[in-house]
Design a protein around this ligand. Structure first.
Ligand SMILES: Cc1ncc(C[n+]2csc(CCOP(=O)(O)OP(=O)(O)O)c2C)c(N)n1
Length: 157
C-alpha cells in the first residue's frame, strides 16, 4: 500500500509573519492563499499590482506580498483600468467581494468587461455583505437566511 503525504508551506507571495484577520470559517483565507500560490507558480510576485476593494478584502495588503492599492467601494475595476493603462507592463488584478463586484460596482464590472480591459477580476462570492454583518446582497440565494432576510430570501419582495 502506498501512502501519499503532502506538506504545505506558506507561499512566497504571503508576507512573512502575517496573520490572517478573517473570521473563523471564512473562505477568504483559502482564497488569498490560492491567489498567492498562483502568483508563485507563474513567477508574477514582483510584476503585479493588486487592487483591493472595500469589504473583507480591504486588508489584502497586510497578507499579500505584492504592490497593492485600495479602491473605494465598487470602484476596483475602474482603478484597475487606470493602473493597467498607466503600467501595461504589469499584471493587474482586483480582489473583490460579491457586493463590491456585483452590487455597488456592477457598472464598473460590466463596462470594464465591455471595454475588454486586460485585467483580471477575482470575485469572492460569500453571498452576503460580510464585513457589515452578513446582509442580503445581489448574490444571496433564494431562501437563504441573512441578517436582513431572517425568513429567507423571497423574490416577491
Ligand atoms: C460607498 C460605500 N457604501 C457602503 C459602504 C459600507 N460597506 C463597507 S463593506 C460593505 C459590504 C462589503 O460586502 P462584499 O463586497 O460582499 O465583501 P465581503 O465583506 O463580504 O467580503 C459595505 C456595504 C462603504 N464603505 N462605502
Amino acid at each position: 500500500m502506498t501512502t501519499l503525504t503532502q506538506t504545505f508551506k506558506i507561499p512566497e507571495s504571503i508576507k512573512k509573519g502575517s496573520k490572517f484577520s478573517f473570521c473563523p470559517g471564512c473562505d477568504h483565507g483559502v482564497a488569498v492563499r490560492l491567489v498567492a500560490e498562483v502568483l508563485d507558480e507563474l513567477g508574477l510576485r514582483e510584476n503585479t499590482i493588486a487592487v483591493a476593494s472595500i469589504g473583507c478584502s480591504v486588508t489584502l495588503y497586510d497578507f499579500l506580498d505584492v504592490d497593492t492599492i485600495e479602491a473605494p467601494h465598487g470602484r476596483a475595476l475602474a482603478e484597475a483600468t487606470g493602473v493597467k493603462r498607466a503600467r501595461p507592463d504589469k499584471t493587474v488584478f482586483t480582489y473583490q467581494g460579491d457586493g463590491d463586484f456585483a452590487s455597488i460596482g456592477m457598472a464598473e464590472s460590466l463596462h470594464c468587461a465591455l471595454r475588454g480591459e486586460n485585467v483580471t477580476a477575482i470575485c469572492i462570492n460569500n453571498t452576503t455583505y460580510g464585513m457589515t454583518g452578513g446582509q442580503l446582497g445581489p448574490t444571496t440565494l433564494l431562501g437563504q437566511v441573512t441578517t436582513t432576510s431572517p425568513t429567507g430570501r423571497n423574490v416577491e419582495y
